[in-house]
Design a protein. Structure first.
Length: 123
């Protein structure tokens, strides 16, 4: 536990990425990865849809937004760049589980196994 600004105890921060061996409950590890990616993407879409709906509702009710004009407005160069960066970050989060297998501990284990095999075969 750590002390927060009020002097009260708060739980220690949890890591954002789970540690340890990943359990497999579907037919294959690939199915697990795909499910994880779909669930991550679904969560992102749900949050964004709720935020967009709230914003449109608020702005339309206040008279600050004409929804039809908004739909017809093309994005600026800056908005397009900002959106492209957000898409890249989203894709990175969704593909995190695959990238970890390619670059993380699983890749290290594959490399070590491959190196051991090469060593045995070269004798």
């Amino acid at each position: 536990m750590t002390a927060n600004p009020d002097g009260q105890q708060s739980p220690a921060a949890r890591p954002r990425v789970p540690e340890g061996k990943r359990p497999i409950s579907l037919a294959s590890a690939d199915s697990e990865r795909l499910l994880s990616m779909v669930l991550a993407l679904s969560g992102e879409v749900a949050v964004l849809s709720d935020e967009l709906d709230s914003l449109r509702e608020f702005l339309s009710a206040s008279g600050a937004l004409d929804v039809q004009l908004l739909a017809a407005m093309p994005p600026s160069v800056e908005a397009s760049q900002r959106r492209a960066e957000r898409r890249r970050a989203l894709i990175e989060r969704v593909l995190r589980i695959v990238l970890e297998d390619l670059d993380g501990p699983a890749a290290d284990r594959r490399t070590a196994t491959y190196d051991e095999l090469v060593e045995r075969l070269s004798k």
